[in-house]
Design a protein around this ligand. Structure first.
Ligand SMILES: C[S@@+](CC[C@H](N)C(=O)[O-])C[C@H]1O[C@@H](n2cnc3c(N)ncnc32)[C@H](O)[C@@H]1O
Length: 200
C-alpha cells in the first residue's frame, strides 16, 4: 500500500492557503488535480484546508480530481467511502478532527464529513500516458510521485501539468523535487522554501 498520511506536508498546505487560495476566491469553478493521491489523505487534507479558509458558498465551487495508477485497485472504494481507521487519523490536529470526522459505526473507524467527501472525485489514471484528466486547473499537486520516474518522463509529465493549468495556475511538488532546468521558462517559483510554482 502506498505511503501517505493526513496533513503530511503542513508547510505546503499552509503555502497553498496563503498564496493560492486568495487567487481562487474570484473563480466560478475551482478545479484541482491531486495526481498520485494514494488512498486519499492528501486530497482530503487539501479539501479541509480550503474549507477551513473559505465560506461554504465558495467551497461548493471546489472540485478535487484525485487520481492514481493504483496497482491495488482499492483506492477508489477507500476514497469514495471516506472511512479511515484510528491509526491513520491520529495525527490530525484535534480541532480539525472534531470538525470533520465522526465515528462511522465500525469500531475505531472514522468517516469524513459529507461536505468534504463530496468535493473529492477519484479516478484511476496513469500519469505516463501524458493525457491530463481535464484542463483549466487552478492547482495541480503531485507529491512523492515524480521521484519514481526517469528524468525524461518527469519533464514530459510536468509539461503536461503546465498545459492543463489555467492562466496563472499553480503546481506544487515535494521539497526535494527540483524543477528541471529545461522547464524554467514555464513556471516561476512562488516562494523560495517550498516547491510551489506559478504558470508563467
Ligand atoms: C508515496 S505515494 C504519494 C502519495 C501522496 N501524493 C503523498 O505525497 O502523500 C506515491 C503514489 O504515486 C502513485 N503512482 C506511481 N506511479 C504512478 C503513475 N505512473 N501514475 C499515477 N500515479 C502513480 C502510486 O500508486 C502511489 O500511490
Amino acid at each position: 500500500m502506498a505511503f501517505t498520511f493526513f496533513f503530511r506536508d503542513m508547510q505546503t498546505l499552509e503555502t497553498i492557503r496563503d498564496h493560492v487560495l486568495p487567487t481562487m476566491r474570484s473563480r466560478r469553478y475551482i478545479n484541482i488535480w491531486d495526481a498520485g493521491c494514494a488512498m486519499g489523505p492528501e486530497p482530503y487534507s487539501i479539501a479541509i484546508v480550503l474549507r477551513e479558509n473559505m465560506g461554504h458558498m465558495i467551497f461548493r465551487n471546489v472540485k478535487i480530481y484525485a487520481t492514481d495508477i493504483d496497482c491495488s485497485n482499492l483506492f477508489g472504494k477507500i476514497i469514495g467511502d471516506g472511512v479511515y481507521p484510528g491509526e491513520q487519523v491520529k495525527r490530525i490536529p484535534k480541532e480539525i478532527f472534531a470538525r470533520y470526522f465522526s465515528p462511522n459505526g465500525k469500531p475505531d473507524h472514522f468517516i469524513i464529513a459529507e461536505e468534504i467527501r463530496k468535493c473529492v472525485e477519484y479516478q484511476k489514471h496513469n500519469l505516463l500516458t501524458l493525457k491530463p484528466v481535464r484542463n483549466n486547473f487552478s492547482l495541480i499537486v503531485c507529491k512523492n510521485v515524480l521521484l519514481h520516474f526517469k528524468e525524461e518522463e518527469r519533464i514530459e509529465v510536468i509539461k503536461m501539468f503546465h498545459s492543463s493549468l489555467s492562466e496563472g495556475g499553480f503546481f506544487a511538488t515535494e521539497q526535494t523535487q527540483k524543477m528541471p532546468e529545461e522547464l524554467n521558462g514555464l513556471f516561476k517559483p512562488v516562494i523560495s522554501n517550498v516547491q510551489l510554482f506559478r504558470k508563467t
